[in-house]
Write a new protein. Structure first.
Length: 504
């Protein structure tokens, strides 16, 4: 084998090897495994038996109030609509600022609608006077806003510095559905392996120079802008659910990897809901607009704060975010039917889970997608052939708070049918209790049922999303095998029911 191929193979296998070593370390008798944190609010819930079911679509999202015009007081005189010309001829003594005052326009707006580069005008010159509707639609930025936007873009470029090309490559691979995890200033441990996989399956990117050129052609701008819309707040909890003020220091969940070590932004702390709150709310929504935007643009929330360190803890409608230029995850459209494609025997789809850390999807034997994956609980694993079944949108989790029986160690090995030990555990509740659906449900926005290859009975562990995209390798939670919400939304559109899933 050529030395370069050997190096690439080692890079590819390293993350999976580390995961396997970590799992064995937990299983070796006499060895003390490092304790995993538990997702806040689920400290007791991880011990219980849970089942998954679809929620009612009417509970998916809060209502967005529609502004209504204020009523005209009785007897009040209704103002006549202003008559304004569409064209104005410049007269002696006129200046743009004076003309603007006549019609409620700024100098910038007059220049914009008339294609003027300077403030100079001449007598007899005819100027277009835009309607109020045209002004509103154009939303011409003021010089101050333009200056702020240029400064923000320049700051982002200068902060990334030599990382710009690395960011471009992360964004490009994410667009190609070869994901190495949330976008960040410094890529995660899977990045090098994903680069090798992409190069090995795309002849037009077979070396670093070709890959870089392809990325530059596809991703011209590393960053783009996103303004919060009123309808986005369908999926964002009211401000009372989160701490309103930023506080210096470390957040409850520190970033896994340092990014931009020279920058120390103020951390906006989030108050995590208690278990009781999770079972009483209408929807487990994003806790802040920051979470919403970070997930929409596939990036670490800490990195989003670095890019937008001037925005408040609770940005409102119209807040302008600088974001990675990925194909955005649109939660409002992510669950549109059909979720799964029909099976096509002429273009068969197969899938692999490699080292419990990566989901690979193939079409006709050609790798078409790579997504990071992690077990929601230690001890979950697989072996041999499984099968993709149906998908459950908007899942919610139900429990009677029955303690999960300890499984015989041999019976939970891959491929075996779990046989619980004798247990006297009884349900603590007489009626089933539910965790509401939503993007911050522990299994995210979507659940895909799995079965053993010789059976169509769904297993208790499926493929699903997550409420903790930045910590899904660090914290215990509920469910089975999790991907980020934006990745499970993409994966389901590649996986027909009946697809074979191999564990490797």
């Amino acid at each position: 084998m050529h030395p370069r191929d050997t190096r690439r193979l080692l890079i590819l296998l390293l993350p999976a090897t580390l995961v396997v070593i970590g799992l064995f370390a937990q299983e070796i008798p006499g060895k003390r495994a490092l304790p995993m944190r538990v997702e806040p609010g689920l400290e007791n819930a991880v011990k219980w038996v849970w089942r998954v079911e679809p929620s009612d679509a009417k509970d998916w999202g809060f209502s967005v109030p529609t502004p209504t015009p204020s009523p005209t007081p009785t007897g009040a005189k209704v103002a006549e609509p202003e008559v304004r010309p569409t064209v104005y001829e410049v007269k002696p003594g006129d200046a743009l600022i004076l003309i603007g005052k006549k019609f409620g326009l700024t100098v910038d707006q007059l220049k914009f609608f008339n294609g003027l580069k300077t403030n100079l005008i001449r007598v007899g010159q005819k100027l277009k006077i835009p309607t109020l509707a045209e002004v509103t639609a154009a939303a011409t930025p003021t010089p101050q806003k333009r200056k702020q936007k240029r400064a923000a873009d320049s700051k982002a470029e200068s902060e990334t510095g030599t990382e710009t090309e690395q960011l471009r490559l992360q964004i490009f691979l994410d667009r190609e559905q070869f994901s190495a995890g949330p976008i960040a200033g410094e890529p995660g441990p899977l990045f090098a392996g994903v680069v090798v996989l992409y190069q090995s399956t795309h002849p037009d990117a077979k070396d670093d120079a070709a890959l870089s050129a392809k990325a530059k052609t596809t991703v011209t701008n590393v960053f783009t802008h996103y303004k919060l819309r009123a309808e986005d707040f369908r999926f964002i909890a009211p401000p009372s659910a989160a701490a309103p003020e930023p506080t210096p220091g470390k957040s409850h969940q520190p970033p896994r990897r340092a990014v931009h070590a020279a920058v120390h932004p103020v951390v906006h702390r989030v108050v995590h809901p208690t278990y009781d709150e999770m079972t009483t709310v209408q929807m487990l929504a994003y806790r802040t607009p920051w979470e919403f935007v970070a997930e929409r643009f596939h990036c670490q929330e800490t990195y989003l704060h670095i890019l937008n360190d001037k925005l408040p803890a609770q940005p409102g409608i119209g807040a302008d975010f600088l974001v990675p230029n990925v194909n955005p995850f649109e939660i409002e459209k992510a669950l549109d039917e059909p979720l799964q494609p029909p099976a096509d025997p002429t273009n068969p789809i197969t899938a692999d889970v490699v080292g419990l850390s990566q989901l690979n999807i193939y079409q006709n034997g050609v790798l078409i997608a790579v997504f990071p994956l992690s077990p929601a609980r230690p001890g979950l694993r697989g072996r041999g052939s499984w099968m993709i079944l149906d998908a459950i949108p908007r899942p919610r989790l139900g429990t009677y708070q029955e303690e999960r029986p300890e499984l015989v160690r041999k019976s939970i090995l891959p491929g075996a049918t779990p046989q619980p030990e004798a247990s006297t555990s009884k349900p603590a509740l007489s009626s089933e209790q539910f965790l509401a659906a939503g993007p911050r449900n522990p299994v995210g926005i979507l659940w895909i049922n799995l079965a053993k290859s010789t059976n169509t009975e769904p297993l208790p562990y499926g493929l699903h999303g997550t409420s903790i995209p930045d910590q899904m390798n660090d914290e215990q939670s509920l469910g089975g095998f999790r991907l980020t919400n934006w990745d499970i939304a993409r994966a389901v559109h590649c996986l027909p029911s009946g697809t074979t899933l191999e564990w490797k």
